[in-house]
Unconditional design. Structure first.
Length: 145
């Protein structure tokens, strides 16, 4: 079992048997549930909680969304006993590149241009990763990392 992930603070951790279909969803509920521009999901067959448990909000009649009550990280999208996790919560998010997008009228037009954004630079001309390299993260490293 190599698929693992969890929330920002580490109170909730999960493992899954494998990664399934991966997608992003542009509906308004996904924008609200993530605080982002779209919802990023990958199906995770055999999902089990290895530390803590998520809290849930039923965002519609058939869908519940799991999140960490301690730090607020969105974790899952579940419907009719099936579902997946938010790609950004995987320990290895590069393993789940989205292959399709669910397009709704609420899709934010600027999403298609995100790759063209200018890179932020400090006054000294350094990239963010260089400028903030000394910032100490409070991210949980995961029990298996
Ligand atoms: Zn947390
Ligand atoms: Zn959605």
């Amino acid at each position: 079992m190599s698929v693992t992930g969890g929330c920002q603070c580490g109170a909730v951790r999960y493992a899954a048997e494998s990664l399934g279909a991966s997608s992003i969803c542009h509906c308004r509920m996904c924008q609200k549930a993530t605080g982002g521009f779209f919802g990023p999901y990958v199906d995770t067959p055999g999902l089990t909680w290895t530390r803590g448990q998520p809290s849930y909000f039923a965002s519609s009649k058939d869908v519940k969304r799991g999140f960490c009550a301690a730090c607020g990280t969105p974790l899952t999208f579940e419907s009719h006993g099936q579902g997946g996790v938010m790609i950004g919560t995987l320990d290895e998010p590069e393993a789940a590149p989205p292959t399709t997008q669910l397009v709704w009228p609420e899709k934010l037009a600027f999403v298609d241009r995100l790759g063209e954004l200018a890179h932020w630079k400090s006054k000294a001309g350094r990239e963010a990763s260089e400028e903030f390299a000394a910032v100490a993260s409070r991210q949980d490293g995961g029990e298996d990392r």
